[in-house]
Design a binder for this molecule. Structure first.
Ligand code: FES
Ligand code: FES
Length: 180
């Protein structure tokens, strides 16, 4: 059997990728893992339920979370995404020199245990923080906004409270994200 494939070009973590020949029905998560060596986005349910595979899609409407296990790779043609590997600052050799504010907050709050779900939570929280920079939330609505951003993510170690507290504290400590 021969799988039909087509060339795919897109931007991953700020760098152009492709054109690479990708099967027409391959999901983005498999391309990240098998073609690009980016294994930080997790395969868990594989059915769009747990959000462990989430990546950021950057577009005209701002950043948004998208599940890479149920979204075909070719949907991302000529688009720009960020995986968890793209969040920290790196030096010229690719070594991490500084974690993102969300990553740092999760560490300081001991938010994760096994860490399998963490890339998805980092993705969701980062989208929330970036969106709040352009559309700050009223203080009374902050908890609901965090719940909306992260409430569909599943953590099998049940670390929800510390993820929640980390994001709440980060948002409250970052000027301009909360109004009123
Ligand atoms: S692995 Fe994609 S939603 Fe669970
Ligand atoms: S920390 Fe283990 S699944 Fe969330």
């Amino acid at each position: 059997m021969t799988l039909k494939s087509s060339p795919l070009s897109f931007t991953v973590n700020g760098k152009p990728v492709g054109p690479i020949d990708v099967p027409d029905d391959m999901m983005l998560l498999d391309v990240l893992h098998e073609y690009l060596g980016l294994t930080g986005s997790r395969m868990a349910c594989g059915q769009g339920i747990c959000h462990a595979c989430a990546v950021i899609l950057d577009g005209p409407g701002g950043p948004r979370e998208i599940r890479s296990c149920i979204t075909g790779a070719h949907f991302f043609a000529n688009k720009s995404i960020r995986t968890v590997e793209g969040h920290a600052e790196r030096d010229a050799q690719g070594n991490v020199v500084r974690l993102s504010p969300v990553q740092q907050a999760f560490i300081e709050h001991f938010s994760f245990q096994c860490g399998y779900c963490t890339p998805g939570f980092v993705t969701a929280a980062t989208v929330l923080v970036e969106r709040l920079k352009t559309a700050p939330v009223a203080r009374r609505d902050l908890e609901a906004a965090i719940d909306k951003a992260m409430g569909q993510h599943i953590c099998r170690c049940t670390g929800y409270v510390r993820y929640f507290e980390a994001v709440r504290d980060l948002v409250l400590a970052t000027p301009g994200l909360v109004k009123g």
